[in-house]
Design a protein around this ligand. Structure first.
Ligand code: NAD
Ligand code: ZN
Length: 367
């Protein structure tokens, strides 16, 4: 029975996308359209980079129907933070918000998605970490990426760290897809160069992992191949942040997010997740650090990655596992090996014979 279902992919796409330079101006119309009555209101989660730059988003504070939360992304989103925001919103206001807007990178967009889901589903964020656990649609949600790469704008998940369980897992569900998106590449021009590269590489790395995996399908492959082509154009050019390249990367990120739900990652993400859980490193820079040790598994993709680094002259941290204790390596090993599905996708069902403790430690020591 499972065999039949394992070959069926549900595709859940964003309904409406405004794509264009300056399309952020549409945001005002979206808000006006949805706020009709006195008690109507919208909750906005906005990356705190924009806290004193609301003009860039064509937003003003003097609107009683808008509730702002500015997100500090120093730490990646946790289940605890989602529970806190949801409790605060439900306690402070008599009515539920009419809709939610997330403006920022993967962290901020994931917070917007998760709070939207939790407000309507009730309970705690951790109850919904896994696959298809949400019972009803979340509040209407609008996503506005301000940095490109994770695909959080189009994916059907929102990734959260669960500190109690020591895991990082998403609310994977058709209800985690945004209803509307504004894709305006004007918004990404202020991103720090290194950060732009790290986050952009998430698109590249998702695709190389899924295209080299054992579990493949033509739908995800087609999108991934296109993402790969766009990444080559962007990261082999003189200026990865030119206007044309910011536009291309925004589309690569969008396609990458569509492909994630129908494909599996491989080796990089499990190792990267371990760096995030054990050493607190952020997802996208962790992926790039893991690429230091991937020559043996993805030789051509490794070579291209380092060509991107060289062409764009960006810094990838190194020697991060140099002074770790044996206990740290045990934690890193456990947090890597727990990701069975992607590891099987990369190395087959006997992956544990290849990834012994000694081998995993050797890989981490190359980072
Ligand atoms: P982020 O949201 O953590 O932001 C990275 C940095 O960029 C922050 O310092 C932020 O302030 C800054 N920034 C964002 N936009 C800016 C702008 N326009 N100008 C100047 N600075 C700006 O970064 P990210 O890499 O996009 O997201 C990482 C998160 O995404 C992780 O938590 C990861 O788990 C999650 N993720 C989610 C999915 C998904 O499908 N939902 C997929 C992959 C990763
Ligand atoms: Zn990723």
């Amino acid at each position: 029975m499972n065999d039949i279902y394992s070959h069926i992919y549900n595709i859940n796409n964003v309904n409406t996308i405004y794509f264009g330079k300056g399309s952020i101006r549409i945001l005002q119309d979206i808000i006006k359209d949805k706020i009709k009555k006195k008690n109507d209101y919208c909750v906005l989660f906005i990356d705190n980079f924009f806290e004193d730059k609301l003009d860039l988003l064509h937003l003003t504070f003097n609107n009683n129907n808008l509730v702002y939360y500015f997100i500090d992304t120093s730490n990646e989103p946790t289940t605890d933070i989602i529970n806190l925001y949801t409790q605060e919103i439900t306690k402070l206001f008599k009515y539920k918000p009419n809709f939610i807007i997330g403006i920022g990178g993967g962290s901020t967009m994931d917070i917007a998605k998760a709070v939207s889901n939790l407000i309507t589903n009730g309970g705690l964020a951790e109850d919904y970490q896994g696959w298809d656990l949400l019972k009803v649609p979340g509040l209407y949600k609008v996503g506005i990426p301000t940095i490109s790469g994770t695909g959080a704008e189009s994916s059907k998940t929102c990734v959260l760290i669960n500190k109690k369980k020591g895991i990082k897992l998403g609310m994977n569900s058709k209800y985690s897809v945004f209803n509307e998106l504004i894709l305006d590449w004007n918004l990404t021009k202020t991103v720090d160069r290194d950060q732009y590269f790290y986050t952009g590489m998430d698109s590249y790395i998702h695709c190389i992992e899924s295209l080299n995996g054992n579990l493949r399908n033509v739908l995800a492959d087609s999108l991934s191949i296109q993402v790969l082509n766009l990444c080559k154009e962007v990261f082999l050019s003189d200026d990865m942040m030119s206007e044309e390249n910011r536009k291309k990367l925004m589309i690569a990120s969008y396609f990458g997010g569509c492909a994630i739900g129908m494909s599996l990652v491989g080796l990089v993400h499990p190792f990267s997740a371990a760096l995030s859980v054990v050493l607190g490193l952020h997802h996208c820079v962790s992926n790039c650090i893991v690429m230091r040790a991937m020559e043996e598994f993805y030789p051509k993709e490794f070579e291209l990655f380092w060509k991107f680094v060289e062409t764009q002259n960006v810094k990838i941290p190194e020697n991060i596992c140099k002074n770790l204790s044996e206990e740290d390596f045990i934690s890193l090993y456990n947090s890597t090996i727990v990701h069975r599905k992607p590891l099987e996708n990369a190395l087959g069902s006997n992956f544990e014979r290849i990834l012994t403790f000694e081998k995993v430690k050797e890989i981490f020591l190359k980072m």
